[in-house]
Design a protein around this ligand. Structure first.
Ligand code: ADP
Ligand code: MG
Length: 454
């Protein structure tokens, strides 16, 4: 993609010469006779750079500089000013111009400046792309070290390449979205679309046309026909999030679509074949909803061919130190803060909290702590009050000495595991325990497995 320059000068000969020099040097150039024409071109043109004279009849270069920022903030500007206009040049830099040229100038000088700006642009763009790739990689990363989550991962791997529909259940914030995208990514449909839709967030009529599509004129406001997401997902995956909140009428239509592998857009008599695999998630107890007549039993059995239950965080506290450290790295990088780790006492509090909002709550607490932290480590005082107050007021807190000893032992073991970066063999050695008894004391069966990430 070539670097695009817009040349603005009221002198036809000058703007033509400048454009010619730029094109000879390998840039794409267009010309405008004044500020208004320049703004019009910039609106549609996606220019990287604007080279503008300062003194022009209808709009000054400074005014153009100001208005260009609104129309096309990505366009940098170099101002050309006559000899003696140094003060205006300085003013231009203050207003955001990237550079200036004093007339008359050698075209070589101009080309050198433009080339330097083009190089900077390229580096910034490349970095931005790299960052985006890194972000999606971490967005998909799934941290798991507890036996319970390793079991979840094992099922994910086993079902990923099968065509079976999967129902993912678990409290809010436990990582159901993460599990769904892991199933998609690890399966043989990973190059096909992954299409998520939140069934709770959309009114019934809209949800119907989102899922199945509609034809033009199907209802007031249907100016165009629209393809249903079940079709858009092609041979990929459709992820029905918050399935438990889907209205009964749509449940019926969805069941028919899944069984016949066909959908009928709203207002159409035509049936369209679909191939997408269906993943669904809910934080509701669907069996209770079935009993109460709020959810169709036949749809439940269709979708729950495989059911994956993502356990709440309080049932897998061993994951807390690793997750917390993962979020520290993530937010420190994103927010550009020099935070590297978590102090001992803070980690003890994190490990003891009951996390009713699960991993999402932990993630938010760490984000906040990364912002508040004054040093390289997150301290107890950087944590939300609820987390700090948790220990004694935790509903699970026990006054019984034997239980308190077990709790203390557990917290101590978790701390040492965290100090060892999650390495349980090393932690067991420091604690003077065998790996098996370490797992027993944590209340989960021995796996000896190392933390895993996707
Ligand atoms: N095992 C995990 N590893 C890393 N991040 C996780 C994990 N589980 C959850 N998260 C993060 O926690 C947040 C909540 O997870 P999400 O999948 O949206 O929960 P749910 O869909 O169950 O409400 C998301 O930001 C997600 O990236
Ligand atoms: Mg979710």
């Amino acid at each position: 993609m070539s670097f695009r320059v817009l040349v603005v000068d009221d002198e036809p000969a000058i703007r033509a010469q400048l454009a010619e020099s730029l094109e000879e040097a390998g840039f794409a150039a267009e010309v405008a006779a004044d500020g208004n024409e320049a703004l019009r071109l910039a609106e549609s043109g996606a220019f990287d750079l604007c080279l503008s004279d300062i003194r022009m009849p209808s709009m000054s270069g400074l005014e153009l500089l100001r208005r260009l920022g609104d129309v096309s903030p990505e366009t940098s500007l170099i101002l050309m000013t006559a000899f003696g206009g140094l003060e205006t040049a300085v003013e231009a830099l203050r207003l955001g111009a990237i550079d200036y040229l004093i007339k008359p100038f050698a075209h070589d000088e101009l080309i050198a400046k433009v080339r330097r700006i083009a190089d900077q642009r390229r580096v910034v763009r490349e970095n931005r792309n790299l960052r985006r790739i890194a972000d999606t990689a971490t967005a998909r990363q799934m941290i798991a070290s507890s036996r319970a989550m390793l079991d979840v991962l094992e099922i994910v791997d086993r079902v990923a390449s099968l065509p079976s529909h999967v129902l993912i259940t678990g409290e809010s914030g436990t990582g159901k979205d993460v599990v769904a995208s892991a199933i998609h990514k690890r399966g043989n449909r990973s190059n096909a679309p992954f299409v998520p839709i939140n069934c709770a967030a959309i009114p019934e009529a809209l949800l119907e046309s989102e899922l199945f599509g509609h034809v033009k004129g199907a209802f007031t406001g249907a100016h165009e026909s629209k393809e249903g997401l079940l079709k858009t997902a092609a041979d990929g995956t459709i992820f029905l999030d918050e399935l438990g909140d889907m209205p009964l009428a749509i449940q019926a239509k969805l069941l028919r679509a899944i069984e016949s592998r066909e959908i009928q857009p709203v207002g159409s008599t035509r049936r369209i074949p679909i191939q997408a695999r269906v993943l669904a998630a809910t934080n509701r107890d669907l069996r209770a909803d079935i009993a109460a007549g709020r959810f169709r039993e036949d749809l439940y059995y269709r979708l729950a061919v495989v059911e994956i239950r993502v356990p709440p965080l309080r049932e897998r506290r061993e994951d807390i130190p690793l997750l917390a450290n993962h979020f520290v790295q993530k937010y420190a990088r994103e927010l550009g803060r020099p935070v590297r780790g978590i102090a001992r006492e803070a980690l003890r509090l994190l490990s003891g909290h009951s996390w009713p909002g699960n991993v999402r709550e932990l993630s938010n607490a760490i984000e906040r702590a990364v912002i508040f932290a004054s040093g390289e480590e997150i301290e107890a005082r950087d944590l939300p009050d609820l987390v700090r107050a948790a220990s004694p007021r935790d509903p699970e807190f026990s006054r019984n000495l034997r239980e308190a000893k077990i709790e203390f032992e557990r917290a101590h073991i978790l701390q040492v595991i965290a100090d060892c970066g999650g390495n349980k063999r090393k932690a067991a050695k420091l604690l003077g325990l065998g790996v098996t008894s370490l797992y027993r004391k944590l209340g989960s069966p021995n796996s000896g497995a190392e933390p895993e990430s996707l």
